[in-house]
Design a binder for this molecule. Structure first.
Ligand SMILES: CC(C)(COP(=O)(O)OP(=O)(O)OC[C@H]1O[C@@H](n2cnc3c(N)ncnc32)[C@H](O)[C@@H]1OP(=O)(O)O)[C@@H](O)C(=O)NCCC(=O)NCCS
Length: 171
């Protein structure tokens, strides 16, 4: 596989939006109930993500091709916490590139970004999406509640805290 790089998305033009929608649709294949109701939803949702969290919108590239992205918001009012926390609004790697460590690279970038301003991070994940929940648990996210089909997970962040828990255990 070509070199993987992580960078901040500079602009969401039409061509990029279409690429991200493709990644989103393929990423959630087989889990449609967690990926919205289709392309129209994806378009609106990704535009919302961009407007809400431009500085924390990171993409992974394999060579010149976008392979995945993570949307990190350092200014999210959580009604469950009753205060502003960091939030991960979206995290997806194209199905073709899953399982090659790209998700880990994106998550590390996200934590490095959010820990500058936040001491807690919140995200929501589909209740049957065990792969993703295990992935998040490796980083110290805990399952703290549920609303409908969505499980709420939170993680407390410390300045030095970016790697998966299991990596920290072996160093
Ligand atoms: C969750 C997700 C972003 C992880 O990205 P990724 O690039 O596949 O992640 P990585 O390769 O860095 O690591 C994934 C871990 O899960 C395993 N894994 C997850 N999906 C896998 C797949 N399709 N194939 C192989 N292994 C997979 C890997 O073995 C790895 O385990 P490890 O941490 O013990 O090494 C990606 O699987 C995805 O886009 N899923 C669909 C969308 C989704 O569920 N997003 C989260 C919603 S809240």
């Amino acid at each position: 596989m070509a070199r993987v790089t992580i960078e901040r998305l500079e602009r969401l033009d039409q061509e990029t939006l279409e690429k991200l929608i493709g990644i989103y649709m393929r990423g959630y294949e087989g889990m449609r109930e967690y990926g919205g109701e289709g392309v129209g939803y994806a378009k609106r949702y990704l535009r919302w993500c961009w407007e809400k969290a431009k500085d924390g919108f990171f993409i992974a590239k394999v060579g010149d091709e976008i392979a995945g992205f993570i949307v990190c918001d350092d200014d999210w009012y959580s009604k469950y916490e009753g205060r502003t926390v960091g939030a991960i609004h979206e995290f997806v790697v194209d199905r073709r590139f899953q399982g090659h460590g790209i998700g880990h690279r994106l998550m590390e970038k996200c934590l490095e970004y959010l820990k500058k301003h936040n001491d807690r991070i919140e995200l929501w994940v589909g209740e049957k999406n065990e792969n993703a929940m295990k992935f998040y648990e490796e980083y110290g996210f805990r399952r703290v509640g549920q609303s409908g089909i969505w499980v709420r997970m939170v993680k407390d962040v410390r300045k030095e805290d970016t790697g998966p828990e299991k990596m920290k255990e072996v160093v």
